[in-house]
Structures are given as structure tokens and as C-alpha cells.
Design a protein around this ligand. Structure first.
Ligand code: TEU
Length: 567
């Protein structure tokens, strides 16, 4: 690939802001747009190119804004459209782009479209998915749901509406009814809304669960495991037969490729082959997708029954995606977002002794892969999991829904709380710790969610002042990507694929070869000299700074990037 053919966003690093928890300017305990504006220097110092905002639209906040009641207005909790315009201008002034979250698989049940659709016979009835009760069942009674599907947040995916005697589909909460994308009016309304934001200066969209918009019709029962209260056969609702058509239509109608807009489609149940088809350079669909494969390796039997993962599985999964999209398509690279636990706690070692080094090691390996890296707020200073121990500390609808469902199924509460402590979404949603003050400089009011454990010492001021700053390491990684073509487009090759301690790979572009070598353990490791390319005359261009005196020994979580002597 020549760099002239490469779209701007494939050379970019994205920073995700979760507005609720980033910075609060008006002391109501919830982050807001003016708060983000006041912290933009943090992002330009880091050197990121794109800022992605999780939803800031008018919403009853049943799912923290992923339930939208007005797509074209800012929730007063976050500010006003004027604040938004000021933010876009300030982001652009700093040479960065702004990407919005697009949540169009479902709306809020308080969206005027749904309020109207609830009237049987209304013009918008068909904008959502209504179905009668199962044959032979009394509507509204147990088992009468049209299909046996479970919702992502626990319970049935169908809600009975007494007034009309029918059920509507909600793959997420009952306050998030699924839109009927088969209806062309729905699609046109969504595209018009997207154009309105683009005209306002928005540079692209992160598309929430976008591969659920085309479902497999007719909607029928899915496989249900023994003892499972519902079916979770996601293939019935993901990657449906019209998905590509809808993505292409959206691309054309909104002018996505024509206007060089940034797009990333979040996709549950998406393989690398799907991703290649959706992001192929030969079509006009999406820029890249977010896969779930690597973040589901530790939840094979469910999110709240997590299993250990070997390093070899994790790195082989990423390598598989690197290979699959090497010739066509494009990868996104992420370890964290607002739905995932903190990576330093999950894949690193968040003990005081190893937190800093393991955060840097994880950053190094991720940012040296091919694709577009994402930094989730707080990741750049090694924020750890929240450390919550009671169900009352959680605010997340998913945490409460899953907890209720599994408790009812007989799973002991201690086990569920332990699993939530490791996997729960609120781990990533604790307010950003800016400094060591009581509420971390996030708010002068009462924060909507408690700050995470350790914020007195793990915060932006402390990290940036430290000699071994994680922020500084991220800054260098981002600068390296901007500087070196080999980091952006170089071919990827995984070395030592079965090694469960070392993560090693090369990136090659023309004569230039980089070797990335990281000890992903809390113990000393030796460099397996004979199994790696020669380090003779190799130049160390970046390291996590934890090196000892013996180059053949890797310190715990030490990461190095070498430029190899070739030719
Ligand atoms: O997430 C999609 C999604 O499938 C995850 O929330 C998933 O339910 C969870 O991580 C698995 O345990 C998107 C948003 O990122 C999320 O915040 C929303 O709750 C969800 O869609 C609904 O809009």
C-alpha cells in the first residue's frame, strides 16, 4: 500500500472520552462539554488525532446515553448545542478531529418516534419491531414472548405492551426498543440526522452495535442451552442479509467516503472475514470495525464466569486479525473502552510494584500493531479497576441485570461480586482522576460514581510528574506512529507464537524492520537469542525504561522496540 492511497484516519490515534466521567465544569457531579473543553490540552499534549465522544444526546440515561430520546439535541446534563459548537471549534483549532457516537440500532422508548409507534395503526408503528404473542399463549403471560431470545442486559428481549396487546423487541434494555431497518423511512431519517451533524462540523461516527441493524427474518427461536433461561444465539440478529446493503446506502447518502469521514463500526459476533468484507478498500462501507474476539477470550462461559487466558491466545488472536486484514481492510486496536475492565488490571499486573511497567508494556505491544490505536480515558496514566465490593456501588444497568439474573439462578452473591469486580463495565466508568484532591479534580460536587481505588496516587498530575510516566510513554508511542511509515503500514509477523511470557513480533516496510519485544510477566525473563532476529547492530528506539544492565535479561514487564540492521 502506498501512503498516498491511505486514508487520513488510518494514520491516526483515537482518544475516547466518556463525557459523564471526564471533567465536570458545573459541580453537578456529572462530566460535561465545558469540562471536556477545559481539558483539551491534555489530549493535544498526548498527541492524539481524533477525539471520540460517547453519547451526549438527550437521553433518559437508562444506559448512560446509549438510549437516545433526541438525536439532534445535547442533553442538558452535558450542556448545549452552543457548548458543542465551541468544543468542535476548539478540537479543530488544535488540529484534531471529533467523532460522535451513533446509536441507531435502537432509540430510547422516550424518543418521539417510539412514543408515536406505540399507537397501533400510527404511521410510525412499523419503525420498530412489534410481534404478537407466541401461538397458543395468552399475551403477557410467562412464555408468551414471541421468541426465546434473552436481552444483553438480562431478562427477555421482548417487552409486552398492554395497550396494543403486542410485544416490541429490545436487544438491550426495555427502554431501548430496536428500530426496524427494513423500513426505508427509518433509514432516511437516520441518514438525515447524520448529515446534520456532519454539516455542524463532526468528522465521523463510531457506530454502536451496527451489525445488529439487519436481522435474520423471520424472527424465530434460537438455540437454548440446558438450564439457560433464554437463547443467546447472536447469529439470529447479527450480520443479517441486508447489512452490507444498509452500510453502502448509508455511506452514499451521508457521503461518508466522499467527505472522508471517519467510521468505526462496533460489531458483536464479528469475525476477521466479516471485518475484511465490511472494511474492504474496494467498497464503500466502513473504515474499520471493533471486534469483540480478543476481549471475550476470558469469558467463554459468560461475562460473570470469567476464565483465565494465556498470553499465547491473546497475541495469536491479534495476529490472526493482522494477517486477515493485511492485504485489504483495516484494523482497530483496542484493549479498553467504556464497556471493558481496565487493561492494566485485566491483562497486566496492577500491583503497586508492576502497574506502571505493565501499563507501558501493554501500550507498546498494542500501538506497534498495524491499525488505528484507541486510547480510552485514563488508560494513558494506567488507571486500574474500580475496586467495588458491593452491588450498591455499581450504577451500570448491565451489572444489575446480570447480577439479578444469575443470583436468581442460584449463583452465590460473592462469586458474582468478584466477577463484577474483574469484568464489570463500571470499572472503566469511574471519574477521571486529574489530581490527588478528594474527588480527583473531576468535580467539586459529589461524583455520580465513586472514583476508582487508588486515585489519590494514580492520577494525571502524579503520573505526568513521575520520572517513569506512563503518559510520556504513550506520547512517545503516538509520536513514533506519526513519524514512521513502518509503524503505520509495515507488514506484521508474530514471533514465538506459543510463548506465554514474551510478546514478540516484527514490522517490516521496505528495508526497515522493527522488532518489538515485551516481557508480559511479573518475573525476569531471558531474551531467547537464537529464536529471534539478531540484535547485533540493532538500535533501541523505544523502551519502557525498566531495563537492567544485562541486555539479555528482560525485567518484569519490560518492553523494547528495536530497529534492526538490515541489508
Ligand atoms: O455495546 C454493545 C455490547 O454488546 C456491550 O454492551 C455488551 O453488552 C457488553 O459489553 C457485553 O457484556 C454498545 C455500547 O458500547 C454499550 O455501552 C451499550 O450499552 C450497548 O451498545 C447498547 O447501546
Amino acid at each position: 500500500m502506498q501512503s498516498s492511497q491511505i486514508p487520513w484516519w488510518s494514520q491516526a490515534v483515537v482518544y475516547q472520552v466518556y463525557p459523564r466521567s471526564f471533567a465536570d465544569s458545573d459541580a453537578d457531579g456529572v462530566g460535561d462539554l465545558r469540562g471536556i473543553l477545559s481539558r483539551l490540552d491534555h489530549l493535544s499534549d498526548l498527541g492524539v488525532d481524533v477525539v471520540w465522544l460517547s453519547p451526549i444526546y438527550v437521553s433518559p440515561q437508562d444506559d448512560n446515553g446509549y438510549d437516545i430520546a433526541d438525536y439532534q439535541a445535547i442533553d442538558p446534563m452535558f450542556g448545549t448545542l452552543e457548548d458543542f459548537d465551541a468544543l468542535v471549534a476548539a478540537v479543530h483549532e488544535r488540529g484534531m478531529k471529533l467523532v460522535m457516537d451513533l446509536v441507531v440500532n435502537h432509540t430510547s422508548d422516550e424518543h418521539p418516534w417510539f412514543v408515536e409507534a406505540k399507537q397501533p395503526g400510527s404511521a410510525k408503528r412499523d419503525w420498530y419491531l412489534w410481534r404478537p404473542a407466541r401461538d397458543g399463549f395468552e399475551p403477557g403471560t410467562p412464555g408468551a414472548e414471541p421468541t426465546n431470545w434473552g436481552s444483553f442486559f438480562g431478562g427477555s428481549a421482548w417487552q409486552y405492551d398492554e395497550a396494543s396487546g403486542e410485544y416490541y423487541l429490545h436487544l438491550f434494555s426495555r427502554k431501548q426498543p430496536d428500530l426496524n431497518w427494513e423500513n426505508p423511512e427509518v433509514r432516511q431519517a437516520v441518514y438525515a440526522m447524520m448529515r446534520w451533524w456532519v454539516d455542524r462540523g463532526v468528522d465521523g461516527f463510531r457506530m454502536d452495535v451496527i451489525n445488529l441493524i439487519s436481522k435474520n427474518y423471520p424472527l424465530t427461536d434460537g438455540r437454548q442451552g440446558p438450564g439457560e433461561p433464554y437463547s443467546f444465539e447472536i447469529e439470529r440478529v447479527a450480520n443479517g442479509p441486508r447489512l452490507v446493503e444498509f452500510l453502502e446506502e448509508m455511506n452514499a447518502e451521508v457521503g461518508i467516503d466522499e467527505r472522508q469521514l471517519f467510521t468505526v463500526g462496533e460489531m458483536v459476533s464479528c469475525t476477521a472475514d466479516h471485518a475484511r468484507a465490511y472494511t474492504s478498500r474496494h467498497h464503500h462501507r466502513l473504515g474499520m470495525v471493533f471486534t469483540f474476539e480478543h476481549v471475550q477470550l476470558d469469558q467463554r462461559t459468560g461475562k460473570l464466569t470469567p476464565n483465565p487466558v494465556r498470553l499465547s491466545e491473546l497475541k495469536q488472536n491479534l495476529a490472526h486479525w493482522q494477517r486477515a486484514l493485511a492485504e485489504d481492510g483495516w484494523n482497530s486496536l483496542y484493549f479498553e473502552n467504556h464497556d471493558q475492565p481496565r487493561s492494566v488490571s485485566r491483562f497486566g499486573d496492577d500491583s503497586p510494584e508492576h502497574r506502571v511497567a505493565s501499563a507501558k508494556a501493554l501500550a507498546t505491544v498494542l500501538h506497534l500493531h498495524q491499525g488505528t490505536p484507541y486510547v480510552y480515558q485514563g488508560q494513558e496514566i494506567g488507571v486500574t479497576n474500580a475496586g467495588f465490593t458491593t452491588i450498591e456501588q455499581y450504577a451500570d444497568i448491565e451489572a444489575h441485570g446480570m447480577y439479578r439474573q444469575l443470583l436468581a439462578a442460584g449463583v452465590p452473591s460473592e462469586q458474582l461480586l468478584d466477577a463484577l469486580g474483574r469484568m464489570g463495565r463500571d470499572n472503566a466508568r469511574t471519574p477521571m482522576p486529574w489530581d490527588g484532591s478528594p474527588h480527583g479534580g473531576f468535580t467539586t460536587g459529589t461524583p455520580w460514581l465513586p472514583l476508582g481505588a487508588g486515585h489519590e496516587t494514580i492520577n494525571v498530575v502524579a503520573d505526568r510528574a513521575a520520572a517513569d510516566s506512563i503518559f510520556e510513554h504513550y506520547r512517545k508511542l503516538i509520536a513514533l506512529r506519526h513519524e514512521l511509515e513502518v509503524v503505520r503500514t509495515g507488514a506484521f509477523q508474530l514471533l514465538l507464537p506459543d510463548d506465554d511470557t514474551l510478546w514478540a513480533f516484527t514490522r517490516s516496510w521496505g528495508d526497515e524492520v522493527l522488532l518489538v519485544l515485551a516481557n508480559m510477566s511479573s518475573y525476569l525473563a531471558s531474551v531467547p537469542v537464537g529464536e529471534l532476529p539478531s540484535l547485533e547492530d540493532a538500535r533501541l528506539i523505544l523502551s519502557s525504561g525498566s531495563a537492567g544492565t544485562d541486555v539479555q535479561t528482560l525485567q518484569p514487564w519490560e518492553a523494547r522496540v528495536y530497529r534492526l540492521a538490515t541489508g
